[in-house]
Write a protein that binds this ligand. Structure first.
Ligand code: BGC
Length: 427
């Protein structure tokens, strides 16, 4: 059977059913190339990705990096757009959350349903994740992990030398600890002044100050009353206060450079998702010894999730499709999800995985994900593209970063601008 004998839509589905089988049985002689767009360039990220490259090349397929630097993936999405519009889509791209829907609408993604049915993805994934991978009920993307965003990282030695004996669980405790760290001569908070990093801190503050219900109303539903509320005022006050603990060279700094300040003992804390743990581990540090992970103040009963996933683009050549099919199969496999997440700092997206080899931070993340999911305090990360459309995310980020960067911008003006930003409706 050739491409030409297949009608367009059923053909694609049938072909993918064949690919699902071919993926499992393919040999070196039938290898193809996969070009993969990603932005995983930091030490920990590159080590995690190396696991995937190794697994693909062991099977005889060749891997072509399509790397666009820039944490959080903003740059990557812009470059991807140019490539796809120019008619040369990569085999796969790191695309997340509602952006998956935006690409699927353009009818450029591969339908992975046959593979998903064959491999029983519906049974292997939490519903909240499976739903994001589907467009109109059909799988178009493969999730590789769950990153928790609402973490506070700390250098154990800096805290000890500053006389901070417990990790802060409220903002009152946090500012008291930050004062001690500053007095001891260290930078209290390592930060990189880029809009996605500003929003990473901001959303953790909103969650800590207002709780999951408020977070959802304000940042996910974009409810105007919540955005203009007293709770938002308090959140912005806390957010601005955190800035006074950041050094004056933060502007434009990459997130992993900020993490390195904590690793090297120049700074005490960093608010960041657990890809930061990938950096601590890549530097040979151990959780509970050299560094600690704790929920950002006020957020221990909540969980901000960020799922990395790969969407597959429609390809013409059979060999390329087969390599792509194998990639999709591999990404959902237990072996890959364990090896990759042990390095990436995240936990597997796949359910029922043995967490034995994972460290205490990952075990806590896994336990808290389940608990938050039951308690309805599991919330999507806005900073990391899980919650609102690309346009709404951009509008919110711009307002929050302006507030962060310009001390003259008032809290009241900022709340008014957040309300205006909701003119860009979510989803
Ligand atoms: C991604 C992570 C990545 C981080 C820094 C997040 O949005 O989900 O995989 O490590 O950005 O680039």
């Amino acid at each position: 059977m050739t491409d030409k004998t297949l009608p367009r839509h059923s053909g694609r589905c049938l072909r993918y059913a064949l690919l699902s089988l071919a993926a499992l049985t393919s040999t070196v002689g039938h290898a193809g190339e996969v070009e993969v767009l990603h932005y995983w360039t930091s030490g920990g990220e590159a080590k995690s990705l190396a696991e995937l490259k190794g697994m693909m090349t062991n099977r005889g397929h060749s891997w072509k990096d399509f790397t666009v630097t820039g944490g959080g993936g903003q740059n990557a999405m812009a470059v991807l757009k140019q490539r796809v519009l120019g008619g040369s889509a990569p085999a796969a791209a790191l695309i997340k959350g509602p952006t998956i829907q935006e690409w699927a609408e353009l009818n450029v993604l591969t339908n992975l349903d046959a593979m998903a049915a064959f491999e029983k993805w519906d049974e292997l994934l939490p519903k909240v994740i499976a739903d994001q991978m589907k467009h109109k009920g059909r799988y178009v993307a493969v999730p590789v992990n769950v990153h928790r965003v609402n973490w506070l990282w700390a250098n154990s030695a800096v805290l000890r030398k500053a006389g901070v004996t417990t990790l802060p669980s409220t903002y009152e405790e946090f500012f008291a600890a930050a004062d001690k760290i500053k007095t001891a001569g260290y930078i209290a908070v390592a930060h990189g002044g880029q809009d996605w990093q500003d929003f990473t801190v901001f959303e953790s503050v909103v969650l800590g100050v207002g709780g999951a219900g408020f977070y959802n109303s304000a940042l996910v539903q974009l409810d105007k009353r919540a955005l203009a509320s007293e709770t938002m005022r308090q959140s912005l006050d806390v957010f601005r206060r955190i800035k006074s603990y950041v050094d004056d060279k933060a502007s434009g700094r990459d997130w992993n450079v900020a993490t390195d300040m904590v690793i090297k003992g120049k700074a005490g804390f960093q608010f960041m998702g657990d890809w930061a743990k990938g950096e601590f581990l890549a530097a040979g540090q151990q959780p509970g010894v050299d560094f600690s992970c704790s929920a950002a103040p006020g957020t221990d009963k909540t969980y901000t999730f960020n799922v990395d996933s790969f969407a597959m683009f429609q390809l013409k050549a059979w060999e390329a499709q087969k390599a792509q099919g194998y990639l999709a199969y591999l990404l959902m496999g237990q072996d890959f999800q364990e090896k990759f997440n042990l390095r990436k700092g995240s936990i597997p997206a796949r359910l029922h995985m043995d967490m034995e080899k994972f460290d205490a931070c990952a075990k806590a993340s896994s336990k808290d994900f389940v608990a938050a999911s039951k308690a309805a305090t599991l919330v999507p990360s806005v900073a990391h593209g899980m919650a609102v459309s690309t346009a709404a995310q951009g509008a919110l980020r711009a307002v929050v970063s302006e507030f962060w960067n310009n001390d003259q911008t008032t809290v009241s003006d900022t709340m008014a601008k957040l309300v205006l930003a909701t003119g860009t409706r979510p989803r």
